[in-house]
Every structure is written in C-alpha cells, then in structure tokens.
Design a protein. Sequence first.
Length: 434
Amino acid sequence: MTDSQRTLTVGLLGLGVVGSGVVQLLRDHAEEIAGRVGARLVVGPVVVRDPDKPREVAAELTTDLSAVVGAEGVDIVVEVMGGIDPARGLLADALAAGQSVVTANKELIATHGAELLAAAQERSVRLEYEAAVAGAIPIIKPMRESLAGDRVRKVLGILNGTTNYILTRMTEEGADLDPVLAEAQDLGYAEKPDPSADVDGHDAAAKAAILASLAFDAEVTRDQVFTEGIRGVTATDIANAERMGYVIKLLGIAEETEGPSGERQIGVRVHPAWVPAEHPLASVREAFNAIFVEAEGAGELMFYGRGAGSLPTASAVVGDVVTAARAHLAGEELPRVAISRKPIRPMDESIVQYYVLLDVVDRAGVLATVAATFGDNDVSIKSVWQEGSDDHAQLLLVTHAAREGNVQACVAALEGLSEVRRVASLMRVEGREV
C-alpha cells in the first residue's frame, strides 16, 4: 500500500474555536501532512452537544461519544472540549482502547496528567498535550525530549496572554487595572462576566504545574501551586517599578532546590513580580506568552509566541496529531519518564526578593526604625527611595533575597509600628538575585 493510500482517522471531542481550527488545518494542509506522516489523516466523527448549531467548518457531527471513544477505525482522539469531567473518563477509556490521545486541556493535565500518562504507557500509545501550556509555542517537546539529557534548574513564564495584555496597557498608558480589564473583556481576551481564571492567576497556575512536572520529572498538580493574581497591581506600583528599572509581569515560576535535609524540593508559584527591564521576559508585550528556561548545560533559553487563539492553538494540536500518527505507523511508544513524588516546598521557605512600599510619618528616625525592623527579621535592604512632604512620606524599599516567611513576619511587624501608616504595596522581585 502506498503512502497516498494509507489513512489514519482522527476523531474529535468538541468543535469550538480550537476544534474548528484543527479541522481547518487538517484539511487545508492535508497534502503536506500526508507527506510528513506517510499516510493521509482523515477527519472522522466529531462529538458535539448540539449538532444543529451553525458552525464555520463542516464535519460528521454526532452526540454519540462511542462514535469516537473506543470506536474501531478511529486511530487518534483529539479532545478540545475542556474541563475535567467528563474529559478525564473519556480519555482514560480512549487510552485503554489503544487509541492515541491529543488534548489541549490544561486543567485536566495539571490535575490528572500523571494517571493519564501511566495509562498511555501501559497501552503503548501516545498522550500529547503541547497546546495545553502555551498555545502555538513549542515547549512540551523541547522539555521532554531536547532537554532530556540536561538538568533544568528553573522555569519562568509569562503564561497568560490576557494578564500580559492588561499589564502592558497599564505600563504604557499609566492606567489603572479596572478600565484596562474592561477593554480586555470587550476585545475577547478576558471572559465576561467572570475574568477570574485569568486575572486571579488560575489559568497560569495550571500551566505552571504542567511545566514543573515536565522540568523535574515529578507529579505536580494544580492545587500545589501558590497562586496570586494581578488584582492588587496599581498604576503606582508600575510607576515605581519603572523608576527602579523594572517591569511588572505575572509569572509562573518552577524551580528545584535543596531542602533542609538535603532532599530535592520543588517550588511552584504564580504571582506578579518585578522583572529587570533588561531581562528577556520584560520585553514581551500585549497578549504574547514566553517561557524562560535555565538549564545547567544549555544555559538560558527563551520560547516566545502566541499563547492562545484558534489557529495558533490548533497548530500545536495538529503538530501533536502528526507526532501521534508517526508513532502509530512506526509502533513507537510514548517516551518513558520515571515520575517521582518529590516534596513540594512550602511557600514560606521560598527565597525571594521583595518590593515594599510604605506610607510613613515624615519625621526624624523613621527610616532607622524601619531598617531595624527589617534587620530584626533577617531581611536585608538592597535599595531605598524616599519622598514626601509635611507629615506624610513614602518609603520604597527593595530587599535582597530572603526567606518568604521572614519577609511576611517583617511586614507584620511594620504594620504594628506607629511610624508606619500602612504597608501600601508588596510585590516579589525576580530575575536578578533569585
């Protein structure tokens, strides 16, 4: 049988924005894909909730899940329906039936990725999820394959395009968050009426869990990620960051460190952070994503591109379909990884730098009192900016790297000082000392 005669059938679960893009790319690029795979990829049944709903692409629509999951003649199952249930059970059934699976479902992989990978390895089929982290940006395969002979130390990522768009607008226009968020909702970047998945960091946290699992061959789930969104970021914070040579970004951070007993620990966190203006991540604007990897051998690497959208995400899905199809024809198994249960480092044990903005009374000795409070809590001050008049002043301080728990204790002590009217802002700093 010639390559042009061989066919593999791709069944889909879902035909929304991404699913429609997948069907479009598989058809528009059919000849090129056939040449790369060694067989034609044919779009088979597509499971949808409402077959009568108008759609941009034509397909064989059905509400019958068994037409795709476990169906004889469907070689690869593409899941673009989202959510954990029923996707979890459907993909487990597909893998058990010997079908390879491609998914863009970050929530599912961040929560149950380890069990699905184990199921894929047990049946010697593929589970691919490139689109689950950064849309069109290739990061899963480089982490899983290209860096397999290296040791990754740290991963920092701008993993959510919506928040990056918002922070870009706030930085370049001096605007506050609320009007820019409303603009992002009008443009379709942020969900209406509830933008919490983006703004509160949940989307980025799921992606950070996946990256940590890949980087450190460990089982890291979404609920183990410290998560803080951008709702507290103000125009004043952004102006202060610029004054000190920084830009504010919402970062997903994963790192492996040594614990108190010498064991390897994994720290995973998502939060706004000051990033040095000269750092590659600082120049990532608008709704773009980027992932910065620090490895022992390869050094510093950055992956940059569109992290969402119909065709960018569909491009990553179709790339995974091609990978699964090639493996199917060659009888290749999923690359095996020894997944370990490394302890997750408590956030209080993280080593961080901080920006602290204090409203203080303007009188002699205040700076000395504040500095002594930092010292009493084993937090060293790197730089100070002070301005004010009459009975009111502000102190802007940047610390050296210190234990998170010590910084929080210091802040609590500062709030109890008569000289401190309030702790106006508190934000972590990344990219120089830590």
